[in-house]
Design a protein around this ligand. Sequence first.
Ligand code: SF4
Length: 384
Amino acid sequence: MRFFIVISSLSKLLKYMYYIYTHSSMVEGKRCMQTNESSKEQKVKVSGLTFAQLKKWVTVDLGMKPYRAQQLFSWIHLKRVISFHQMTDISLSARNRLDRAGEITALESCDTIAADDGTVKYSFALEDSEVIESVLIPDSPRLTACLSTQAGCRCGCTFCQTGRGGFRRNLRTDEIVAQLYGLQSSSNDRITNVVFMGMGEPMDNFPALSDALSIISDDRGICIGARKITVSTVGIPGGIEKLTQLDGQYGLAVSLHSAVESTRLKLVPVAKTLPLRELKRDMKDYISRKGRRITLEYCLIAGINDSLEEASALAEFAGDIECKINLLIYNPVEGAPYRRPDTESVNRFMHYLYPRCQAVMLRRSRGSDIAAACGQLGPGARND
Ligand code: SF4
């Protein structure tokens, strides 16, 4: 009888020890064998996790101590290493475990082309062979990174090379962040500003954009302040609203291109989903909730939106909005039926706006000789 009691107690003890082994959060690296198994196929893209997501992954999924999240975030986003094995203050067993469960995305430029004005366009090949483009724009003391959020774009703006090429896919957060680090690694100067004005409509990939904004502006990482980051949109339903709900005071640039509904529809077909009146309502809400002036981008195209009637509509539209107007001169793209306006039309348009609007700037088109300027990114866009 005593023999059976001993066997039974031993069996209970073994079961209890097994339970502790599989459920303990006290012992680093003992949990989530299942995660490891499944992650053989799909590793977690660790460089695309915000700090909060990283902490959850490290503690809940991997059963590691919370301080590991701080270490990881700093290695990936401050020191910008590309392998867990470079993280020398993390034990070898923990590094091996991280390596089995996750991966860090690094993008290497497969093509680089520099413009006379110092602007450099980088092409990055993604793991599925999609190629995206990002631009580094020096303008001392600033160095601005222009990032893409999609491979292609579904908005179909008729003057834009990306839009003409159609939509292929959304970029993941890790791919968006890796563009920035790829650009930073190519320059000795610190990137001071980020603009989401590359390929794609950022608001159409909002979850990835929102996480990228959180990572980029996090002071534990590369720490580019929210006020130094600008998100550009043509205006899609709910887009500006979602940006308004984020914590940071991100800059907002709206690609308006015309304040006449019919002209705007010709240039930005997706505008039919958000008429000017509703777009203006969203912009005003952003300004009042964030306490920040916004930017209206207006690309002047000969015979389309450069008349005095268009200037008058723009002045009226912008009249009661806290904004500055950036005028750009159209950069020709292959196959598009548009022309650059002549100097006289540009001056006439500008002089009409000057006394009527708060701030108007004729922006130098950076990198137009390498097809890196506004609306020129995308396949087949190179001018050389
Ligand atoms: S201008 Fe922007 S939103 Fe329009 S098609 Fe080009 S990338 Fe897309």
